[in-house]
Design a binder for this molecule. Structure first.
Ligand code: ZN
Length: 319
């Protein structure tokens, strides 16, 4: 059985841009006592990162209770999970932009905070920071979760298969226009994670093609992408999701994979082979981090499954 771990000391990231409102955010990850779990805190309010507190929204997964709502949390949760850190406080301080201040005055999303991107190297910066302070063994057992039988999501996109041993294995298949199907299978360790932690997410609002495989519900972003240039399409798509978080945004080529028109362009642009698959794994790990123990002896097969599928399946089988 595995023990509980926290950090030896706090790690801090200052003035990093968050994606949805473009506000600058300070984040501190602080050591926490045994059995605390991961708690997001902001201005005296807090919410625990657990399945019960999650809700799939239009653009991301929200972790929320009556006090606080946290958006874009999955990436930092993934980084903590691969280092086995199960106890920590994540303190968030937002430097509100003028427009964000105005929306708050009008009582829009007053208690919503967004986890920022951590610079160009994204989660790799988080890994470096964790390794610089080191993790602390708290000498108390952490529960482990092992599957008795296979779990399959109702849309068949997500499968959790029991395997021998204690490994957590991901097998991810993505399918996007231009590059087509890509598949990647890997055992999750902090080393493999760190090597690929600067994988960017596929920016669906900067391309129009995805709509063809995902139905009419995405028609509006498609039109926007056709009418406006790439960057403007993203900005307007974000306004449709979260206008009240501020009249700016934090998406850029540093943190979003904007698909080129040719396979050669795609391969050249990748930060590592199968970058989009790697980001999909990071997102999946962000969901695994919400479970009430360490998931072991499992292979997660994900074929195009989105955060809604993960949450629905996890809530049905692990709650
Ligand atoms: Zn992501």
């Amino acid at each position: 059985m595995l023990n509980q771990y926290t950090l030896n000391d706090s790690i801090e990231f200052t003035e990093k841009k968050e994606p949805f409102g473009g506000n600058l955010v300070d984040i501190e990850v602080e050591p926490a006592p045994i059995n605390t779990d991961i708690i997001f805190r902001s201005k005296g309010r807090e919410v625990k990162a657990c399945l019960e507190n999650t809700r799939a929204t239009m653009c991301t997964t929200a972790i929320q209770n009556k006090q606080l709502k946290v958006l874009n949390s999955e990436h930092i949760l993934a980084a903590l999970e691969v280092y086995d850190i199960s106890n920590a406080f994540i303190n968030i301080t937002t430097h509100d932009s003028k427009s964000r201040k105005l929306f708050k005055k009008l009582h829009f999303a007053k208690n919503t905070v967004v986890v920022p991107y951590f610079g160009t190297d994204l989660q790799r910066n988080v890994c470096d920071a964790i390794e610089s302070v080191g993790v602390l063994n708290q000498e108390v057992k952490r529960p482990t979760i092992r599957l008795k039988k296979e779990i399959i999501s109702s849309n068949k996109q997500l499968k959790l298969i029991p395997i021998e041993g204690d490994d957590l294995v991901f097998k991810v298949t993505t399918n996007y226009p231009v590059i087509g199907k890509q598949a990647l299978e890997t055992i999750i360790t902090s080393k493999t994670y760190k090597r690929n932690a600067n994988a960017r997410s596929y920016n669906k609002h900067m391309r129009s093609e995805k709509v063809k495989t995902r139905g009419i519900g995405k028609i509006f972003p498609r039109l926007l992408a056709k009418v406006f240039s790439d960057e403007k399409g993203t900005k307007i798509a974000k306004y449709l999701c979260y206008p009240w978080l501020g009249l700016n945004h934090g998406f850029s080529r540093d943190n979003s994979f904007i698909a080129p028109n040719t396979i050669e362009g795609w391969l050249k642009q990748q930060r590592m082979p199968k970058e989009i698959c790697w980001h999909s794994i990071i997102d999946g790990l962000g969901k695994v981090a919400l479970l009430s123990g360490k998931l072991v002896g499992v292979k997660i097969e994900c074929e195009y499954a989105d955060h809604k599928t993960y949450l629905k399946t996890f809530k049905r089988h692990f709650n």
